[in-house]
Design a protein around this ligand. Structure first.
Ligand code: SF4
Length: 213
């Protein structure tokens, strides 16, 4: 698959990609909401040092959780992450539920966070669809793009259709990295994109007329 071949050479490495711990992935997803990965990186190790597991976070007081995330702003995010930890400890005896469906019920997880934990920690073959993935599929397949809306079932089915069997994690992360490396919101760099030969957007915008010579 073109995308996965590209990903092997171009993948970004982050500490949250080197773990299958649902807790560590949940923390990363909370930090990454509305925050660039480079900024989240500045807080992630310290957060895990201070709250190394779900029980430590659940037992912490709210102020210390908010203080640790203070450099990233958005105190509501600290509250939600703290609530999630308490819910996992109180309702699930400290073990994250293992399916996207159950994870969606956790406070603060949201559809994207639930998919990210289900796929990366538990190997469930579910699509992780954020605005960048929506944009890529909109451009490649000319499907509607409504960034303020949740992904439609049709889009979810389309993303799933191209997911290689047994490679859900690589596929999802490859799409994220493609959005960061080439398929920017403005001025996509189609010339370095592995999907350029089959992308509707590229073919309609960058089509060169054959030379007469
Ligand atoms: S070819 Fe261009 S528009 Fe299409 S997916 Fe790649 S970067 Fe995005």
């Amino acid at each position: 698959m073109l995308l996965l071949t590209w990903f092997e050479e171009n993948r970004r490495d982050f500490p949250w990609r080197a773990t299958t711990s649902p807790y560590e992935i949940a923390v990363a997803e909370a930090l990454l909401q509305k925050t660039a990965a480079t900024n989240a990186l500045q807080v992630y190790p310290e957060f895990l040092e201070q709250f190394p597991d779900i029980n430590a976070l659940a037992q912490a007081n709210s102020e210390s959780v908010q203080e640790t995330l203070y450099p990233l702003g958005l105190p509501a995010r600290a509250r939600r992450l703290h609530q999630m930890a308490r819910e996992v400890v109180e309702t699930y005896n400290g073990e994250f539920p293992a399916t996207e469906k159950e994870l969606r019920e956790l406070p603060g997880a949201g559809p994207y966070g639930a998919a990210a934990i289900a796929c990366q920690a538990f190997g469930e073959s579910v699509p992780m669809i954020d605005i960048n993935v929506m944009r890529i599929f909109h451009r490649v397949f000319s499907v509607p793009f409504k960034p303020r809306n949740a992904p439609t079932q049709a889009l979810r089915a389309l993303v799933l259709e191209y997911m290689p069997e047994g490679k859900a994690r690589e596929y999802n992360l490859a799409l994220l990295d493609l959005g960061a490396a080439a398929c920017h919101a403005r001025n996509p760099e189609c010339e370095i994109c592995p999907l350029c030969s089959l992308c509707d957007y590229n073919l309609s915008h960058n089509h060169e007329e054959p030379s007469d010579e």
